[in-house]
Design a protein around this ligand. Structure first.
Ligand code: CDP
Length: 781
């Protein structure tokens, strides 16, 4: 490990990026103001399902300050009324025939100011012929359901896809031989990442050169550039996507939205820059919804061991199948649903249905549907403990994949790289004081108080590729790092990923520090400009550390090997006579005789040996041999008010294992944020719809996000089980706590009521639901 002065791995280096963020000196897309810039606003559908009979834009076009009014018909003339989604479906950019969800983009106004553009929206006259709305997937697949995608050739119903994993026969056998079957029906409701900054862009197509510079809120700028080139037919070298500072993404900024496309088309046609800024309601009703999985799980148990898992899942895809996920996997990585348990047989069946809701299916702080999977198995296991009359912690311990079983191949086909689940569980229980709390729970119950202890022992799968298995829209999933060391020993590291606040400028500099001995403050990390960074698939699904982090370590090692040749030349010795220690090569046995990495860098430009290419730089595209599998155990203690159904987390203990931690402070920040979002999803966040498809949850009065007042305090712990295939042993961590914690919160509330036969409460677990459960169980006061 690097010395304290170099501050490589394991050091809580202060976040370099915060110097500008906390001074208000960040550079977000809305800070970009270009000469002659126009403003774009979108007209959205008031109906969830309706045929458009006419659109009259004349009054809007006549408003002073309006430069253009764009309709689907105009977009169709340029072959841009529809665009492909990341799941191989099509999505309307501006509606031409029908609207298929409330909030769908129908027309756009481009004007000299955003205020004029907004006023003009009200002058567009659209005549609709309302159609019956489909608001859940069961209804969508039921008899007589209105056909939502009637424009799609060959589409005769609302079914989107069917997908399976595992071994049906082996699973049926396990169930036939089981001495107990535990089942759970649950819905992981629709929620929204709701980043602080909504989506938006400034599209600037230069009429003289044809160069399109698009500043946009993009978690995957390179992928977006390629898709823009393919869809709009623009030459790829003429498209430059710049993703500046981003105020949170959480998956919301992975897909391409109509606003980006219309703004770019408008700039191309008008020859002036066009800015589109999404407002909060637009964000909540039309972009980036997450989850909406209806799940049925069954666990076969024999002699206290889990012998089989059977899962059926039906997803609500909204009007367009737009999940941002690897092509082969129609339900993301939901088949990680066997979780942390050694379950010999499993079979998972998934189906999707179109409904009259916004598309999205984004992995809200999750690796493509891992959250839903983790929630289901952890809720099922907890219920199995109640059915068997055993302690939920003991049942987990008894069924965990054991440390010596790694690498472990799951019944649905994942090869888990490493893990020590019992160790994480033991540490979590110890920190919580589990035994004493169980005794206190029993005492409290006698006094009429309801305490509950919820556990969740999650396993995640993050870091896509490998490229042979994972691709997005045909683009293989790898990632990249380009490292240049200047003559004075200062470095620039350019990456294909893109931070949205995760601290990459600090942690990736620490990897260079570890491998090359150049302190993090001397390494400038650059991301997000497609003209200036190597190709990469972007940041989502906790993949930056497993992929670009590995690429950074590999390219640093390559440059160190070249530096060693330079050192041998400077010291006039053989390379083999040198040893490396934190930024310095010295002659074996003569530690005073040595040169620093900075000396080597200088020599690379001023004094290289005969025949050696000048410079000290290189690029590496890293194709991970496998995913990484972070894990942990979370425990939540709650108390329920028997009069109101209000529940309050009294303690939250989280033990995480993400392998080697690059920056412990940043990792803890990631976990704290994730535990907060997990609490929000479990307790209050919900995008809901009425029977006509009106979205409830379209603003922060209805879509509740917790403030510091509601958010519990967290007690964190760690175990370290390095990934055996990652060059620095690190696994991703950005999403662990959002994935693992919702089940722990809900399990805690259920645990407080389990003695009275309660086995399920649907998220968000609002006080009214708990109050009904208290009444049902005869526990209300
Ligand atoms: O892809 P994303 O950046 O969202 O997720 P990540 O790779 O899990 O990393 C989140 C942040 O935590 C980054 O700044 C990482 O470098 C840091 N991290 C760390 O310090 N140690 C780890 N083992 C994993 C992540």
């Amino acid at each position: 490990m690097a010395t304290p002065t170099v501050r490589g791995l394991g050091h809580s280096v202060e976040r370099k990026e915060d110097a500008r963020f906390i001074r208000g000196k960040g550079n977000y897309f809305d800070d970009i103001v270009l000469p002659g810039m126009l403003h774009l606003e979108l007209l959205r559908s008031p109906y969830a399902h309706a045929r458009i009979t006419s659109i009259d834009t004349s009054k809007a076009a006549a408003l002073p300050g309006v430069v253009a009014v764009v309709t689907g018909e105009l977009m169709a003339q340029h072959n841009l009324a529809w665009m492909p989604t990341l799941s191989g479906d099509t999505q309307a950019v501006l509606a031409t025939d029908k609207v298929r969800f409330q909030g769908q983009e129908v027309a756009a106004v481009v004007a000299e100011s955003p205020y004029v553009a907004k006023d003009a929206l009200e002058l567009i006259e659209v005549e609709y012929e309302p159609l019956p709305a489909v608001t859940n997937p069961q209804q969508a697949l039921g008899e007589g359901a209105p056909l939502i995608r009637d424009e799609k050739e060959g589409q005769t119903d609302n079914h989107v896809y069917h997908w399976e994993a595992g071994d049906r026969e082996a699973t049926e056998k396990a169930f036939a031989e089981a001495d107990r079957i535990v089942s759970l029906d649950t819905h992981y409701p629709r929620c929204h990442p709701a980043p602080l900054e909504c989506c938006g862009c400034v599209a600037d197509v230069n009429p003289a050169t044809g160069k399109a510079t698009i500043y946009m809120t993009s978690q995957a700028p390179h992928v977006h550039r390629t898709l823009f080139a393919l869809v709009a037919g623009l030459p790829e070298q003429n498209i430059r996507i710049i993703s500046p500072d981003i105020g949170g993404g959480f998956g919301n900024k992975v897909p391409i939205y109509p606003g980006y496309v219309v703004a770019t088309a408008a700039s191309l046609l008008l020859g002036r820059p066009v800015k589109w800024v999404e407002d909060r309601t637009g964000n909540l009703i039309s972009t980036g919804f997450a989850r909406d999985y209806h799940m049925h799980g069954e666990l076969a148990v024999k002699d206290g061991r889990f012998t089989g898992l059977r899962v059926k899942m039906l997803s609500d895809q909204g009007a367009f199948y737009a999940d941002a996920q690897p092509t082969k996997f129609r339900a993301g990585l939901f088949h990680i649903v066997t979780g942390s348990y050694d379950i010999p047989a499993a079979f998972v069946e998934t189906d999707g249905a179109y409904t009259n809701k916004a598309p999205g299916g984004v992995a809200y702080r999750c690796s493509f549907r891992v959250t839903e999977a983790s929630y289901l198995i952890e809720r099922l296991v907890q219920n199995a403990a109640y059915e068997l009359g055993v302690d939920p912690a003991d049942l987990r311990m008894q069924n965990f994949i054991q440390p010596e079983q790694f690498p472990y191949v799951s019944a649905t086909g994942f090869e888990y790289d490493s893990g020590d689940y019992p160790a994480a569980m033991r540490l979590c229980l110890e920190k919580l004081g589990y035994e004493e709390l169980r005794a206190e729970q029993a005492r409290a119950r006698e006094e009429g108080r309801l305490l509950g202890i919820g556990l969740a022992s999650f396993t995640e799968v993050v870091g896509a590729g490998p490229a042979h298995t994972y691709d997005i829209a045909g683009l293989k999933m790898f990632d990249s790092a380009e490292l240049r060391i200047h003559p004075t020993g200062k470095a620039v590291l350019k990456l294909g990923v893109k931070s949205q606040g995760q601290g990459h400028e600090t942690t990736f500099a620490q990897i260079v520090a570890e491998e090359l001995g150049i302190p993090p403050e001397d390494v400038d990390v650059q991301e997000g400009d497609t003209d200036n960074t190597p190709y990469g698939l972007g940041t989502y699904a906790s993949r930056s550390t497993p992929t670009a982090g590995a690429a950074t370590a590999v390219i640093s090692r390559t440059l160190r090997a070249k530096a060693q040749k330079l050192a041998a030349h400077l010291l006039e010795c053989s390379e083999d006579d040198l040893e490396w220690n934190a930024g310095r090569f010295s002659v074996k046995g003569a530690p005073d005789k040595g040169v620093s990495i900075q000396d080597c860098a200088f020599a690379a430009y001023t004094n290289m040996p005969e025949g050696m290419e000048a410079g000290l730089e290189g690029v590496h595209y890293y194709n991970p041999p496998n995913m990484t599998f972070p894990f942990g155990t979370y425990a939540v203690l709650v108390e329920i008010d028997r009069g109101t159904g209000q529940w309050k987390p009294l303690r939250v203990v989280a033990v995480d294992d993400c392998g080697v931690r690059i920056n412990p402070m940043i990792v803890e920040g990631q976990i704290t944020g994730g535990l907060t979002e997990g609490y929000a999803i479990a307790a209050m966040e919900l995008i809901d719809f009425d029977d006509e498809g009106n979205c409830i949850g379209a603003n922060f009065m209805d879509y509740l996000i917790p403030t510091s007042w509601e958010t519990p305090s967290f007690e964190l712990g760690e175990t370290v089980t390095p990934s055996p295939h990652h060059p620095i042993g690190a696994k991703g961590v950005g999403e662990s706590a959002t994935v693992g914690s919702p089940a722990a919160y809900v399990n805690a509330v259920v645990d407080a009521l389990a003695h009275a036969g309660i086995r399920n409460l649907e998220m968000p677990v609002t006080p009214d639901k708990v109050w009904h459960a208290l009444n049902e169980a005869g526990l209300a006061t």
